[in-house]
Design a protein. Sequence first.
Length: 254
Amino acid sequence: MQNFKKNRMKHLWLFIFVFFTHVINGQDLFFKATNIIDPEAEINVNAFAKDDQGFLWLASNDGLLFSNGDGYLRINILDSIADVAINTIYHEAGKLYLGLESGIILTYSIKDRKVISDYDLGHCSIKAIVLDNEKNIWVGTSDLGLFKITDSDVSIIDVNFGLADNVVNDLLYDDKNNCIWAATDRGLSQCILGSKQKIINYNSRNGLPDNLLTSVELDSQNRLWLGSYSGKLALLVDQEIKVIDTHFSNSIID
């Protein structure tokens, strides 16, 4: 994938680091470079998701792309917005949730090959999407904070409600703790759901190496990994933050 013109490497590097921490001792790893997108096409891949069949779906500046590993197809999701950039993508239960640069959320059925619902959040850039255990859609934006979309309404959670910052770079639903983790430009927010709704924030005063967080991910031991703009990783376990020395520079983030 060396010829991909990626806008962001945050998820890839965080995934690789977490993955390596769980490799069995002595096991050899092999990576193969592949070019499924013509470098002359000027396509920027912003994010990707794997479906239940193992195929890749790519969110790009040229719309939604599908790949079986040997090449790609451009999926015409809607004629009226066919050329609009897709910033992020999330897969669950045979559906793709697409976040557009224009502030539109599309739900795309893989089986039916069509958009089955859409939400217009207005003039905001969508950066992250995740679903909770009640299938509510959580959306992180570039300047308006968090949106929560239910079957009946849409609500906003921003700095006025305790969110660390209105710039939300990544989201993660934590099923064990029933919360949404939000990586923002001013630290980490833990949005606890259910009857005990509240927001707990973490920043450099709590031990974060950088308040500008770019990515968040859970590993198999339910430890929370945080990627930062400075290139440093942090590990959150039992509300204790440990900084991981990666020797990465900030060039891997953007």
